[in-house]
Design a protein around this ligand. Structure first.
Ligand code: GDP
Ligand code: MG
Length: 296
């Protein structure tokens, strides 16, 4: 992960603008603050993505509050996005590109002074939608017309920059084809669990059952009891093993294990598979729409 930061740092010389993507359900958790050292030098735009999974989609008040709080951390340019719903083209052409042009033109470009094209780099912690965004741009109108594309194999485009996608004209704006993957910053246990709940760290690191336990605690403490109905439970419960066993049995997630006492095979609910199902439902918004960072 450290190499990720170093690679980004190396690329930075050729970059005019950084597009950081983060999960809108955790606007204050897990963003890498070492990034701040970089972004002081380059224009930076934060896309809080997966807004379709939050409860503030159209709530301008809530969005303003989040923006104000992020401003204190030095983040001045924020968009709330959903790459599943927005028209990527129109967002890009009417909002993102004009802002990035303004930002690039309004400040020194260091080594890139005088360069006629702009290069943008997408960065962010895992699973926030970087590839989805880049793919959407790759498929955008401009690219399909065949006017524009790529690539790093041409003379004058150094190897370290690799492939670029042309996403704008006048000036030519390129997006670096591969995103920069940042290690999430886990400052507290709570932050770590929220990152895990949003799948920004691999499940096996924290463990599916532990993550499900945290999600259940979070839902109960906010009195968000939609899971009870969704999983046909009898009532709300604080006991993750009760909840998972019921889900496992209902979904025929049963494993055969050898009892150490009797040495005979017995059938047990597979709580790990049930946790997987529970987390998928949560992550897909089927247990409700939330911002996990409601207290930060
Ligand atoms: N609900 C929702 N899911 C999204 C959105 N953008 C991306 N995803 C999903 O999030 C997952 C991770 O996306 P990906 O682009 O691979 O993230 P990356 O690891 O940052 O490159 C995929 O399952 C995407 O389909 C969004 O705006 N809303
Ligand atoms: Mg990716």
């Amino acid at each position: 992960m450290q190499t990720g930061l170093l690679q980004i740092q190396a690329k930075l010389k050729k970059i005019d603008c950084i597009i950081e993507i983060h999960d809108a359900r955790i606007p204050f958790s897990g963003r890498n603050t070492r990034l701040r050292d970089f972004i002081k030098l380059r224009p930076h735009i934060l896309l809080l993505n997966k807004v379709d999974l939050t409860d503030f989609g159209n709530n301008i008040e809530k969005q303003k509050r989040i923006e104000a709080r992020l401003k204190l951390d030095g983040v001045d340019n924020v968009f709330f996005t959903s790459f599943h719903h927005i028209q990527c083209n129109s967002f890009l052409n009417s909002e993102l590109l004009p802002l990035s042009k303004d930002l690039v033109q309004s400040r020194p470009r260091y080594q890139r002074e005088g360069a006629e094209d702009f290069n943008m780099l997408v960065i962010g912690v895992p699973n926030v939608g970087k590839s989805t965004f880049i793919n959407a741009l790759r498929n955008n109108q401009m690219y399909r017309k065949g006017k524009a594309t790529t690539v790093g194999a041409k003379a004058g485009v150094t190897r370290s920059v690799l492939n670029k996608i042309k996403v704008g004209l006048n000036p030519a704006i390129y997006l670096i084809d591969t995103p920069g993957i940042l290690p999430p910053q886990v400052s507290t246990l709570e932050v770590g669990m929220r990152l895990a709940a949003c799948a920004c760290v691999p499940d096996h690191i924290v463990g599916e059952v532990n993550i499900a336990d945290y999600v259940l605690y979070w839902l109960n403490s906010r009195e968000k009891f939609h899971y009870v109905k969704y999983f046909s439970l009898n009532e709300a419960s604080d006991n993750i093993l009760h909840v998972l066993s019921k889900i496992a049995i209902d979904n025929r997630m049963i494993t055969k294990v050898k009892s150490v006492v009797t040495n005979e095979y017995v059938y047990r609910p597979n709580n790990v598979s049930a946790a997987h199902l529970f987390l998928s439902a949560f992550r897909e918004g089927k247990l409700g729409l939330f911002v996990l960072d409601d207290d930060l």
